[in-house]
Design a binder for this molecule. Structure first.
Ligand SMILES: Nc1ncnc2c1ncn2[C@@H]1O[C@H](COP(=O)(O)OP(=O)(O)OP(=O)(O)O)[C@@H](O)[C@H]1O
Length: 670
């Protein structure tokens, strides 16, 4: 798909000075803020880096000035017929020294740059992660918003804060370099008639610079992948933050602070480890090769010098030298201009976007309340929930999926919600967890409107198992532990107590067998976020390919096994004293009948022994519904019946029909 611009050429040519002044002010303020943010990461290191960049911008002009001057002297010597040997030697020595200094400085710069790049990236990525994790579900479901974050957090080259800064500095360096060279050239070579050849040499040199870059890749099949556990962990956390499928649970379980802390820990552990697969695939250059790389640019000049030595009258030395120098330096400008992947304006836009996302509070759609649930309901073990004429439609949808629904759930009750597909059962869940706000009507929690609570404090006392449960790309142990984090930390006396508690939850979820089969037990990572990059792998031999397959292999579980792990996480959360409501949406969809029975009994004990309110969404009738204190029957977004099993059967309505349908199916089988 191409977006055809219908803008008329005439409009594009119109020039509004006020607009330009405004643009310049806007861009300058972004660049100033960005530069200041990068500079304060480490002022002295950044100063070194900038001094090297400025040096880089001026080196070529210094070279040109130097060469022009020396070669003029040589020209004079040649015109008089005698060549001064010691001066020539001095010239060559000085040039070699200059190259050595330049190469060494470059090398030092590369070292500083690496230190700075990780810190600058960390600074911006942490801020982005913080603002990303503040987003509510409605904002996250707008794909565009999430994609914007993902672009920056996934570490793609062009979207990386350090590369943005580096490219902007590079652009300024090129600017300084070009201006200084042109000033010099016009001063010295203004009247020289070699314009055509001059441009041609510049172009040829520019293209040779591009091909040099390509040759710098290793000349054999290469494959780079993440093996460092801290780096994998860091990426897993970024994936949880940037993939919308995890968001519902991230919000419900209140694990944002935990994720931030874990990310910070992982990045602290990594610090200087480079993670760029491209650089791993690239042939590492030594100091010597960097100096040689620079000397290659001087080969034509050396060639001319020898030519002049043998037939001095055929060449004008100063013209050759300056053409050579100018072609070398301006080729860099050509290279930047010719390179479509690195447009300078794109990097300024990047810096602007980084701040738009970072300061993204307006993206939050929900307003928070002020009541702390724990303080309001000190003595209650369960939770009271009342829906009063609630109507709801999903953001950006016009159809009401919940219509005028009213009911009351009392403390410690077991409530079962039934109804056909799409009748709004899961949506009721999301409203109870305040993932969305209602369009009209009110939801009361312990007699206060749900909106008057601080959402964090409310979600903290709820344990939710969604129909679309997910498995985080972390170890099994951490997956379960995440069910019980409180404001970023896990409450336990020690590591062993924590592990025992997780084990207990695994048993409650019926997942012991799965853990036993894993090579490293509950520390196994089942779904790692795996990043790898190959180079010329198609030409690799079978042994190399087998090793690659081994690296990329991940374990797979059945749907029921994944569900058991998710239930272990739910139990880990639900057994905590602070949790007052346990709500499960189709928790047995993938379970066998035996496991389903145990699951319901375990959940029931949370209510009967510990007094927690239990809400259970299901399509299966019978055992469950007979033991429920309240059954809510949903149809097309409306609550059509409510009551206990026997009362509803007597009504002979929707519930009785659904019940009979299932009962008849069993009877006919028999
Ligand atoms: N995130 C969403 N955005 C827009 N519409 C949605 C969203 N989630 C659900 N819906 C719509 O809301 C309606 C009710 O869906 P809901 O998932 O609550 O039904 P359900 O009774 O739980 O169904 P099932 O038995 O299949 O789980 C459906 O028409 C569905 O298409």
């Amino acid at each position: 798909m191409e977006e055809v611009s219908h803008e008329k050429l005439w409009h594009r040519l119109q020039w509004d000075p006020r607009h330009w002044v405004k643009e310049v002010i806007r861009i300058s303020s972004i660049l100033y803020r960005f530069a200041l943010d990068c500079y304060t990461v480490s002022p002295w290191r950044m100063s070194i880096y900038i001094v090297f960049q400025v040096w880089g911008g001026l080196t070529t002009s210094i070279d040109m000035y130097f060469t022009g001057k020396v070669l003029n002297t040589m020209q004079n010597a040649l015109s008089t017929g005698s060549l001064d040997g010691p001066i020539l030697l001095q010239v060559i020595m000085l040039r070699i020294s200059l190259r050595c200094i330049d190469g060494s400085l470059y090398h030092l710069n590369e070292l500083t740059k690496h230190w700075l790049s990780t810190r600058v990236r960390n600074r911006f990525e942490r801020r982005l992660l913080e603002s990303n994790l503040r987003l509510d579900l409605s904002s996250c479901e707008e794909q565009e918003t999430f994609a914007r974050y993902r672009k920056y957090l996934e570490g793609k080259y062009a979207a990386n804060a350090w590369n943005t800064f580096d490219e902007i500095i590079e652009g300024l360096k090129i600017f300084i370099s070009t201006i200084s060279q042109l000033t010099f050239l016009f001063g010295v070579l203004g009247s020289h008639p070699g314009g055509f050849w001059f441009s041609l040499i510049c172009l040829i040199h520019a293209f040779s610079a591009v091909s040099w870059r390509e040759r710098s890749y290793k000349n054999c099949p290469t494959y780079a992948w993440d093996s460092n556990p801290h780096f994998r962990h860091l990426n897993a956390i970024l994936q949880i933050a940037t993939d919308v499928k995890y968001r519902m649970e991230v919000i419900s379980d209140g694990i944002s602070n935990y994720l931030e802390k874990e990310w910070f820990k992982a990045s602290e552990n990594l610090v200087d480890i480079r993670e760029d697969h491209y650089s791993a695939l690239r042939a590492d250059k030594s100091l010597i090769s960097r100096i040689v790389e620079r000397m290659i640019g001087d080969l034509p000049l050396m060639f001319y010098t020898f030519q002049v030595y043998f037939s001095p009258k055929a060449f004008s030395l100063s013209a050759i030298a300056l053409t050579q120098q100018a072609s070398q330096s301006l080729s860099r400008t050509f290279y930047i201009v010719l390179n479509p992947y690195r447009p300078f304006s794109g990097f300024i836009q990047n810096a602007e976007e980084l701040y738009t996302l970072q300061d993204s509070d307006p993206l939050l759609k929900m307003t928070d309340g002020t009541l702390d649930y724990a303080e309001c309901a000190l003595n209650a073990n369960g939770m009271n929930i009342t829906f009063e004429n609630v109507t709801f439609s999903y953001p950006k949808k016009t159809e009401n999926v919940i219509r005028d629904v009213s009911f009351t759930i009392k403390q410690g009750q077991i409530v079962v919600i039934v109804g056909l597909n799409g009748s709004g059962k899961s949506t009721l869940f999301k409203l109870i967890n305040r993932l969305y706000d209602v369009n009209s009507g009110t939801i009361f929690v312990n007699r206060h409107p749900i909106t008057s609570y601080m959402t964090k404090s409310l979600r903290k006392v709820m344990a939710m198992h969604y129909q679309t449960y997910t498995h985080y790309p972390l170890s099994i142990y951490e997956n379960i532990l995440l069910g019980g984090v409180d404001d970023g930390s896990v409450d336990a006396e020690n590591e062993q107590a924590l592990r025992n508690s997780v084990k207990e939850a695994i048993e409650m979820g019926g997942a012991e067998e799965i853990i036993e089969k894993q090579p490293t037990g509950m520390d196994t990572v089942l779904k790692p976020k795996f990043r790898a990059r190959g180079h010329k792998t198609e030409a690799a031999g079978p042994e190399f390919k087998a090793k690659m397959d081994e690296i990329t292999k991940t374990s797979e579980l059945s749907a029921g096994q994944w569900q058991r792990l998710a239930l272990a996480r739910l139990f880990y959360r639900a057994k905590s004293k602070r949790v007052r409501l346990v709500a499960v949406d189709e928790p047995s969809a993938s379970l066998d009948p035996k496991m389903e029975y145990f699951l319901f009994e375990r959940l029931r004990s949370l209510s009967s022994i510990h007094g927690k309110t239990l809400i259970y969404v299901t399509h299966r009738f019978g055992y469950l519904t007979k033991r429920a204190d309240l059954i809510l029957v949903m149809r097309e977004g409306q609550l059509v019946e409510q009551g206990r099993h026997n009362d509803l059967l007597k009504l002979n309505g929707e519930y009785a029909n659904l019940y009979k349908l299932q009962a008849e199916a069993f009877m006919s089988d028999e």
